[in-house]
Design a protein around this ligand. Structure first.
Ligand code: GDP
Ligand code: CA
Length: 320
């Protein structure tokens, strides 16, 4: 049996979901397909925020408070950069710099992002393939009231204070999903869309040429976990973004965004009253505590999600 559970992931929400699944599945049975549209070059280094968050989390070295960066990391390099008169607006720890330095070196040598990520993840003894959705450059841009911004200028530089009026993924029409990502979907027993930002984390994964087709071709159940609980995001700009882009800021709005792509949606106990309308629109619903706390809690949640996926599989459809 070489089938896998595939998780589509952005940063913190995606990493937590992947971590839960990695704990409850045997090694090699999970594959994570990760957003790369947040990637950018800073100090000449190739930084992949979502890949790093997933890698540090699956490697057990992530900062438990922030969810991103390395636990216990120091800021000496950034302090030294500030001493040269540069504003260190993007926080990078010293150990984090090591990741970006080595990634950049290997990319310059001609390695693909997929290869570099596999090398770094192997060194951290991570049993899960961490697959960038594409090796091609794609850059999220945000339209604010005063014009288009690069994603990190909006997200970190301006602390997500702007209303997001439009979003585009520069370069995506020329990008290709990697063979590794497409093969993972083709071998999928189920696909779990993590509770990541539907617009700027899952959006670019789904829009990468090849991915949507692969997801419609598979007979495996596709389910999503709502990142919106009680009309709010646990953190980050997802709720505001949905609102200013004209979506319903609720688990039902998330179901609408994913539409026919998903067979099921996991929503939080807080949203139980939304279940009937989501089901009436054709998406099966599981209601549970969907806030992933510590490692054990992530594992608990992942088991529940897998149980739900099982109930959605084509073999179960006859029983329903
Ligand atoms: P980013 O790239 O670090 O911004 O992270 P993602 O796109 O992966 O995820 C951001 C979303 O994850 C936010 O909307 C959060 O509400 C959601 N999120 C984070 N942790 C959890 C969790 O434990 N449960 C649920 N349901 N959503 C979560
Ligand atoms: Ca991100």
């Amino acid at each position: 049996n070489n089938r896998v559970i595939v998780v589509l992931a952005g940063g913190v929400g995606g990493a937590r979901m992947a971590h839960g699944l990695q704990q409850v599945l045997p090694p090699g049975r999970l594959a994570a397909i990760v957003n790369t549209a947040d990637d950018f070059v800073h100090y000449g280094l190739h930084i992949s925020p979502d890949l790093d968050t997933v890698m540090y989390t699956l490697g057990g070295v992530a900062d438990p408070v922030n969810g991103w960066g390395v636990a216990g990391d120091t800021r000496r390099t950034l302090d030294a950069i500030a001493r040269y008169g540069r504003d260190p607006w993007f926080l990078l720890g010293d150990q984090d710099f090591a990741t970006h330095i080595l990634r950049t070196e290997r990319l310059r040598e001609g390695a693909s992002l997929t290869e570099v990520t596999a090398e770094l993840a192997a060194a951290l003894a991570i049993p899960t393939p961490i697959l960038p959705v594409t090796d091609d450059p794609v850059a999220t841009q945000i339209r604010a009231a005063d014009g288009w911004l690069e994603f990190q200028d909006y997200f970190v530089g301006r602390r997500q204070a702007d209303d997001v009026l439009d979003v585009r993924f520069s370069g995506i029409e020329r990008a290709m999903a990697t063979p590794a990502a497409l093969q993972a979907i083709a071998r999928a027993e189920c696909v779990v869309v993590a509770p990541s930002n539907p617009i700027v984390s899952i959006g670019p994964i789904l829009q990468t040429p090849g991915v949507r087709e692969a997801l419609t071709d598979t007979t495996a159940p596709v389910l999503a976990v709502s990142p919106i609980i009680g009309g709010q995001a646990l953190k980050g700009p997802a709720a505001n973004m949905l609102r200013t882009l004209g979506h319903d800021v609720s688990a039902a709005g998330v179901a609408q965004i994913y539409g026919d792509l998903i067979d099921g949606l996991v929503i939080d106990n807080a949203d139980v009253e939304l279940a009937p309308q989501i089901e009436a629109a054709g998406t099966r619903v599981m209601v549970t505590n969907s806030i992933m706390g510590d490692a054990a809690d992530r594992a608990r949640f992942a088991s529940e999600v897998l149980g739900f996926a099982n109930s959605l599989s084509p073999e179960q459809a006859a029983v329903r």
